[in-house]
Design a protein around this ligand. Sequence first.
Ligand code: ZN
Length: 375
Amino acid sequence: MRFQDVIGHHELGAKLRAGAKAGRVAHAQLFHGPEGSGGIALALAYARYLHCTQPTDDDSCGQCSSCKQYEVLQHPDLHWSFPFFKKDGTEQALSQPFQSAWRERLLKHAYFGQTEWLESIAADRKQLFIGVQEAMELNRKLGLKAFAGGWKILILWLPEAMRVDTANKMLKLIEEPTDRTVMLFVSENSNQLLATIRSRVQAIPVPRIESNVAIQGLQLHFGIEEKRAKETVRLTNGNLAEALRIIESGESNDDHRLFTQWMRSCYVQDTVTMVELAEDFAKPGREGMKQFLRYALRMIRECILGNYGASSLIRLTEEELEFAKKFAPFIHHGNLLELCELLESAHRDIAGNVNGKIVFMDLSARVNILLRKAG
Ligand SMILES: [Zn+2]
């Protein structure tokens, strides 16, 4: 990850490089912005620039031994920390057992969010955190001499996951930094950070990427075709982590197909098709069924927004928009609340392991009645 690989934020990149060239490097910096804005990408490009032995005004060189080490994320003076869980059978809660999963995740690309990280480490429903033992380990690591004799850099993702005692331990590092140490915190919810930390770091806002820049970025850096890039950026408001999540799952088209067929069959009470669709619904497993129900809920809400003249709020693909226009008249204040409650309760049933086909058939019968209710 060099500055040329970072999507958008060109001015911010130039400012960071100019500061580095002039020797103005704050030892604790907070890159903060919403998910999918590229905070990790920027921090990584900046760290690489600081470590590069031949940097130009525009970027790290890409050739020196330090740059080569960054290519595989194996620089001895670049340290990472992030939220994790305590592995069964381990004595201390340290990020060490998760470092290779982290490298692997990051080598895919730097535009991921907490959802992807949870999947990467198979955390399921475990609570992730950065604990006090991890903070002590970071104190130790940053207290050592730099291997290459230059900067020692820590990139810590989601400092808001630090508990109070952890944050207090980190404060010591922030207030009394060891020589040539740079700490880059990358936050998605900096308002959850302790004020004592927030007031002692240099804040660097990393705003949401503008839509046209995000669309270009998806095409250029991820090889996504223009139509798909436009659709997902519109859907996600330029949150690249979410956009890539949708693109990589490839499931949204299936959800849309199932939803449209389902709504039609509910409206005309076509039970044969409903039974067939119940099979399709149950096929992808519990997580897939939950995702579909969330999708259905969103679509129904979007229809009512369209109904009531707030069409600028609608975030739909072209296909979905076409369907929503035809379907919107059937959603109104006389049935909206009940429809949403039905979908939410179906979601709870699926999460609670009730048979998917039964949930779907029951839901279909109730939706049929509600869709026929006059507005
Ligand atoms: Zn270099």
